[in-house]
Design a protein. Structure first.
Length: 114
């Protein structure tokens, strides 16, 4: 998930979320979080908006958080909302994993692969 999307969920500004992460950077190894390259960011914006207009998008490259990075955010943001958001995200991930596993089992049972 992108830092800006997580900031909305956690009810903080993106820059505040990123500051908290930078103060606790040892909690976020590269497989928990990474920063998009300029090329990746431009491609992402083109995919989302089609045509880019100068000055309408952040000049800072966004951070991307993997599931473990999202989980770690609740400990560095340290608020009741952060804890509740983290719990909800983990529940959603668990539901998604169960659904994916059950679909794979059904596909294997029928001999077809999706």
């Amino acid at each position: 998930m992108l830092d800006k999307d997580l900031a909305v969920l956690y009810g903080v500004e993106t820059k505040m979320l990123n500051r908290a992460v930078k103060r606790n950077i040892e909690r976020f190894p590269k497989d928990f979080m990474f920063q998009l390259t300029k090329e990746e960011y431009v491609e992402l914006l083109r995919y989302q908006f089609g045509t880019l207009k100068r000055g309408e998008h952040s000049k800072y490259l966004p951070y991307v958080f993997a599931e473990n990075g999202v989980a770690m955010l609740s400990s560095v943001l340290n608020s009741k909302r952060a804890i509740q958001v983290n719990i909800q995200i983990m529940k959603e991930n668990r539901l998604f994993e169960r659904k994916a596993k059950s679909e794979m089992v059904v596909s294997l049972d029928t001999g077809s692969w999706r």
